[in-house]
Each structure stands twice: as C-alpha cells, then as structure tokens.
Ligand binder design. Sequence first.
Ligand code: PMP
Length: 453
Amino acid sequence: MTRSNLIKPILDQVYPVIDYGKGVYLFDKEGKKYLDGASGAVTANIGHGVPEIIEAMNEQAKKISFVYRSQFTSEAAEQLAEKIAALLPGQLNWCFFVNSGSEATETAMKMAIQYWQEKGIHTKKKVLSRWVSYHGITMGALSMSGHSSRRARFVPLLEDFPVIHPPYCYRCPYNLKAPSCSFLCAKELETVIQRIGPEHIAAFIAEPIIGAAGGAISPPEGYFQIIRQICDKYEILFIADEVMTGSGRTGRMLTCEHWGVIPDIVTLGKGLGAGYAPIAVAVASEKVMEPILNGSKSIMSGHTLSANPQSCAISLAVLEYLEKNKIMRQVEEKGNYLKQQLEEMKDSFSFIGDVRGKGLLLGIEFVEDQHTKKPFPREAFVTQKMVELAKEIGLIVYPSGSGIDGVNGDSIIISPPLTINEQELMELIQLIKDTFSAFSKSMNQSGKAGDYE
Ligand code: PMP
C-alpha cells in the first residue's frame, strides 16, 4: 500500500510505481510503458528525462541550492525573472516566485488588493471569478474558484466572492451561439460589478481556457476582449491564471496573446518547471507595481522556498530549451492535427459529445446522446472509467470536469508534451482510439448506457 500521498484513490488501490521517464514515455517498476498523453497534469511540457535540464540541475546544485530570500537573491532567480519578462507581452515585468500554482494565484490576489491599498483605496477587496474554474487548493485560491466539489467542505471558511457563467458554448446557459449571442456571459461581469459596486472589487480572475474543472473549455473569439474592456471601464484589475495554459501550452507564452489581451497580473506554474522543479510565479505589470514601489516597496507574501535558486535554474533551462528548439512554433500545427483527428472520432464513437481546446490543450466531453447532449449519469463514473481503461492500455489522460458546477458531464484532457514527434502523435491517436473502443465494448457488454463493468 502506497501512503506517500493521502488521497482517496491511493488509499483505495495500489498505484503503479513509476521508475523512470524518457521523452513522452513513462515506465513503471514492472516495465510497463505509458505514453504521457497528459504531460502528467499538463506539466511535463518538454517530456521526461531531458539531459539539458538534468545538467542545469546539477550545475546549480554544485553552486548553491538555497538562499534566504529576505536577505539575498541569486543569479538564477534574477536571470529567470529577466527571461520571463522578456518572453511575456506588454509590461509584465515583476516576478514573484512561489512553489505551486495555488500559491501563485493567492499571491496574485494579494497583489491586486495591495495595489488598491497603496493607492489609498481600502474598500476594493473582492476578486470575481467564474463557475467551473479552478485556481488552486489553498483557502484564498479556493475562495476565487468556482469548483463546487473542491470548495464544498470549506465553504463556511471561504470568502463568498461572486462568480459569473463561463463561456461554455457547448452548453450555453443562454442557449445561444457565438458570436450572435453578443457574449452575454462576458457581459455578466458588468452586471455583477454594477450590482456590487466597483469600489468593492479589486480584480477579476479567469483561466483563458478552463482546465481542471472544465475539460479545456475555450472561449469564442471576442470573449476576452470584452472582459478586458469591462475591467478597464470599471477600474478592476484583470488576473489571467495561466498556470495550465501558459508556458507555451497553446503555442504562445500566454494563451491570452492569441486574442491580443494583456492581463495586469498573470500566474504561471506547471509547465514553467515542466515537472523538474516545483515553481510557479505571479507576474505583475509596471502599472500594478508602480504604487507598490512608491509605497511599501514589497509584496506582502512569500514562502521560505520562494525564488529557490535550484528551482529557478531548472525553470530557466526549461524556457531556454523551449526557445532553442523552437518548440512553441510547432504547437499549433500539432494541436490542430490532433484536434481534427479527435473530431473525426465522433463518427465512430457516439459518446464523444464535444472536442475543444487550443494548441496542445484539448478536451473531450462524453455524452450518452450526441444529439441531445444528454450527459451520462454521475454514478457511471465515465471519466474515471476512461482514465482507467487508458492506463490499462498504456496511455495517460487527465480527468477533468466530471459533474461539477453545472458542467454535469464527463471530460478528459489530452495534452501531451509539446515535444511530441509525428510518430508519437500517431501512436497517441491510436491509443486514444483503443481506449474508446474498449469503452464501447464495456458499454455493449453491459447492454445499458451508463452501466459499465
Ligand atoms: N490554477 C490553475 C489554472 C490550475 O490548473 C491549477 C492546477 N490544476 C492551479 C491553479 C493550482 O496549481 P497547483 O496544483 O500547482 O497548486
């Protein structure tokens, strides 16, 4: 029995022990090979066991692995901050390094509140967000998340921040289609701001593509431009949570760049360390930092291991690897091909309801009926079943958005390492088909939709 991580599935079952990884593959102690079709949890962007990263890790370890960040900085942290600022659009120049995505969004929230306080405005404290969103597991991050199942136990302890509908076009809450819908879900932001009063709102936070809670729900063209306009109109900071979508996942450093939208604060995580180091960052723009630099001069946040030189050196090596091998440039082409292949699978597998996403962050929503979009019953645990079948076959997929916050359906994310080559992409497609065939078979054997072996 593995007890390294006290989460329910691990207490219930014995997990395979991973021995090592190479490129897009993982190998367990029994010698079984898995194609990492999810980059772990959308993290292993450049694949496993990359020699350049291991070398950077060793070189930094020979120099210094830890400095006390309240009194010192390190070359690695300074160089990484410069690299991130150079790669990001606009004037997103000020990096605050932390160890996880949750800490990054929590820091972003604190930065936003502090920004207004330094300007002498002490009422702007709420951070608006959306249903079907996930910004992390710590209490502040959960307060901003519209992920009801993760929030449920802690609701009395969380801030009751308002939420709006997400741009979930497959099941539009208004029963309309973009762009003729006039982006009513984006305009809900304005309605809520007017109801609460902009004087109470510090920021609005959103994932450019909804990941963990929604299975890669991506907005229609035009949505984020409207969000940006509304934030500007009411003087509310826009925080883009790019923990999952950033660091090249959709072919740009930020997914927001596809729409020409520049956030005031952005968070990066997951792919930033690509699984080689626990590192994330909240990056503030010059606009946000100006009153802080003229005021108390420091961000009221921080962890012992913030800006850890070892993690920073690894992250720098990851970003340099992405640049040197021109990896981001190939993401859209690979993603478009994979998406088209998944779309075509709809004809053979009637339980594929929606295929969505951008770049190499693609989602598939499963339904009992393609025409009515009727979801499978929750008790069928379709997402879990898909993940398990895939694993048996030797494929890792990311479970997301099953039955939460009105998504009321099952979905998985397909997000292989950005470095996946053509042959591996073909293998991934075949493994996905094999998983779906196995699912069809188990459905046919039970004779009833929603009742599986
Ligand atoms: N924000 C987003 C968009 C995420 O996808 C996640 C993790 N799934 C987080 C924040 C939290 O990151 P972490 O798990 O590293 O705390």
